[in-house]
Design a protein around this ligand. Structure first.
Ligand code: WTA
Length: 618
């Protein structure tokens, strides 16, 4: 077997040792890496299941990501921005600091106060970071103001963001202002509510005192899918979250002053918040920010960018890698990727073959791969190699071991840790600094979703195996959540999207393996009386889903069926549908549907199969 032991020369056994001895004291030591206006009195206030980190401490996220860096090295490059069409902009920490200060004053002049919420709907442009950090500077958690642009670029076309916003907020009287950045330079309709970015910035003062915020002050809300019909608002705090990011960014990426870091995540996803916005800026890192599709205008777009900016650290998703791999080795091989020294992945399990391709073809067998497991809720990476701390023998397909200072285990239904090499549920047994504060305006749901399956452990919703060397292997979701191209989509959310179409009476959605996207969506629909199967109706329903959820939710296959197979208690037999979609035999499925008699499952299986066949032969 190949040996994937690659060190970066770091062997700090002390950090892990200290974390094991006293995790609370350990995180307090880590928090000292941030700048605090006032020091905390309680490192952890744990009122299960609500955790407050560094309580009493006061800090500011924008101060820590900008002022602290500017005081040391104002000319340091923060952003190497690259547009889809090849335009570029270089933004220093000082430039960013000035823009953020000015924009903070703009927001204040529009009446925004500490505790208000702002909605940001911008493309991947420097002003997106400016907006986020200005909100953080004045103590806002992310809706009376909306910040958007005329348009953004994707695959050579312009997405008219302002139009989308106008549609979304029509009738919402509490929206007082929409700030519009001129990015795509297309004409937009403006009303008195709308303000142009440059007009507001022209006279704004470049000095805005950062608010001294409580460590537990909300930094932002990100909506993500779960097992219920509606997305949940994951609420993150400030001090704990930033401590988690400061430490993990250093441990995982071993960040150096000379590095050029490139994370391909969109800021709309948690990876963009944690490892484009906060993590790198806390360290004064230089990073590439790219607006556009990763394979546009050519499949070599990413490799061109790496070559152009001499990127040293590249962090992307398994879905993107599977796509690049399909394009063939010839494409990356035509580019100079010798600047790369570290590769990362996030968001989904990475298949060992893809891992090896990444390692051999992109990393030329000299760059370690950090497979980072975490969730929107965990705030930052939890299970990952930490080459900035220690040399580790990598295993393709495993995210390796938990970071220091967290307690993660694989347990059975009763909460007991399972034996090595046994599949179980992944849980987190102690509070950690990046943990969500709660679900926005819904403490009960927070308790129910994460802390009711096991009373004293956080339930991740993932299956995993821990091998005999203590390495974790992630096996995907144990709940009704799909991961389509790394995006989290709840089956319940998709199903309610389908039934919101007038022709659909009932729907059931399941995921099946897909060679690029990891998982693809299959939908089974029961039509209302008066509607019948036709290609036109199918297309109409697909368009409807694109509108109500988004292009990521488009089904790979869509079947009309006379009824959905259900257990006696009315639960949809999703596994059965999955078997049908995959063309599997029903054999091993029957035992899983313990609420229904085997003969009933068999009959339902045959009925759905038959109706699909009929549909197809028509
Ligand atoms: C999955 C993304 C395997 C997992 C940062 C988790 C992964 C969900 C990995 C969270 C990984 C994330 N290996 N699976 N390295 N990283 N996942 O909230 O199922 O979009 O529960 O956060 O993605 O998705 P989310």
């Amino acid at each position: 077997m190949a040996d994937y032991t690659i060190g970066l020369g770091n062997n700090d056994s002390q950090t892990r040792k200290r974390a094991d001895e006293d995790y609370i004291k350990f995180w307090a030591e880590q928090a000292k890496n941030l700048y605090w206006f006032e020091v905390w009195h309680d490192t952890l206030q744990w009122n299960p299941p609500f955790g407050g980190w560094f309580v009493g401490g006061k800090l500011n996220a924008s101060y820590n990501t900008l002022d602290v860096i500017v005081q040391k090295n104002p000319t340091k490059t923060a952003l190497l921005w690259e547009g889809e069409g090849g335009q570029s902009r270089v933004v220093s920490y000082n430039d960013l600091w000035i823009e953020v200060n000015k924009f903070s004053n703009v927001l204040k002049s529009l009446g925004v106060q500490k505790g208000d919420r702002i909605t940001i709907y911008l493309p991947m442009v420097p002003e997106l970071l400016v907006s986020m950090l200005a909100c953080a500077r004045i103590g806002d958690s992310g809706s009376k103001i909306v910040i958007t642009a005329d348009g953004g670029f994707r695959r050579g076309t312009i997405i008219k963001l302002k139009e989308v916003i106008d549609d979304a907020i029509s009738g919402l009287d509490f929206i007082q202002n929409v700030i519009v950045l001129e990015h795509a330079k297309i004409p937009v309709a403006l009303t008195s509510r709308d303000k142009k970015w440059p007009d507001l910035m022209k006279f704004a003062s470049p000095n805005c005192e950062p608010e001294k915020l409580e460590s537990t002050h909300p930094l932002y809300i990100l909506y993500t899918s779960g097992t219920t019909g509606k997305p949940k608002g994951v609420l993150h705090g400030t001090g704990g979250y930033l401590t988690h990011l400061y430490s993990t960014f250093k441990w995982i990426f071993d960040i150096k002053d000379s590095d050029v870091y490139f994370c391909t995540a969109d800021i709309g996803w948690v990876t963009g918040h944690s490892y484009v916005a906060y993590g790198p800026l806390l360290h004064g890192a230089t990073q590439v920010m790219y607006e556009g599709a990763p394979d546009f205008p050519t499949p070599s777009r990413m490799w061109e960018i790496i070559q152009k900016y001499k990127v040293t650290i590249f962090y992307t998703t398994p879905t993107a890698l599977r796509m690049f791999m399909k394009f063939g080795d010839g494409i990356p091989n035509l580019h100079d990727l010798s600047s790369l020294r570290l590769l990362g992945t996030v968001g989904e399990p990475i298949n060992p073959e893809v891992w090896k391709w990444y390692y051999d073809i992109i990393g030329k067998k000299k760059s370690p791969i950090v497979d980072t497991w975490w969730q929107t809720e965990t705030g930052g990476a939890m299970i990952t190699p930490v080459p900035g701390l220690e040399t580790i023998s990598l295993k393709p397909g495993s995210a390796t071991r938990p970071i220091p200072g967290v307690d993660i285990a694989v347990v059975d239904e009763s909460g007991k840790e399972v034996a090595p090499e046994t599949k179980g549920y992944l849980v987190i047994r102690k509070p950690w600094p990046g943990m969500l504060l709660t679900l926005y305006h819904d403490d009960e749901k927070y308790k129910l979703v994460y802390w009711s399956k096991y009373k004293t452990s956080y339930y991740t919703g993932d299956y995993a195996i821990k091998d005999k060397d203590g390495y974790f292997w992630m096996l995907g979701r144990a709940d009704d959540v799909l991961k389509v191209a790394g995006h989290r989509l709840g089956t319940a959310e998709l199903e309610s999207g389908f039934v919101s179409h007038k022709a659909v009476a009932e729907s059931a959605v399941c995921g099946i393996p897909h060679d690029v996207k990891g998982e693809a969506i299959i939908a089974f629909l029961v039509l209302r009386d008066g509607y019948s199967n036709s290609e036109t109706l199918k297309n109409e329903i697909v368009d409807h889903i694109r509108n109500v959820i988004g292009p990521i939710a488009l089904p790979e296959q869509l079947y009309f069926v006379p009824r959905l197979p259900k257990t006696r208690s009315g639960k949809i037999m999703r596994r059965l549908l999955k078997a049908i979609a995959k063309g599997d035999d029903i054999g091993d499925i029957s035992t899983l549907e313990n609420e229904a008699a085997v003969s009933e499952v068999q009959a339902a299986f045959e009925e759905v199969k038959l109706s699909i066949k009929k549909n197809q032969t028509r």
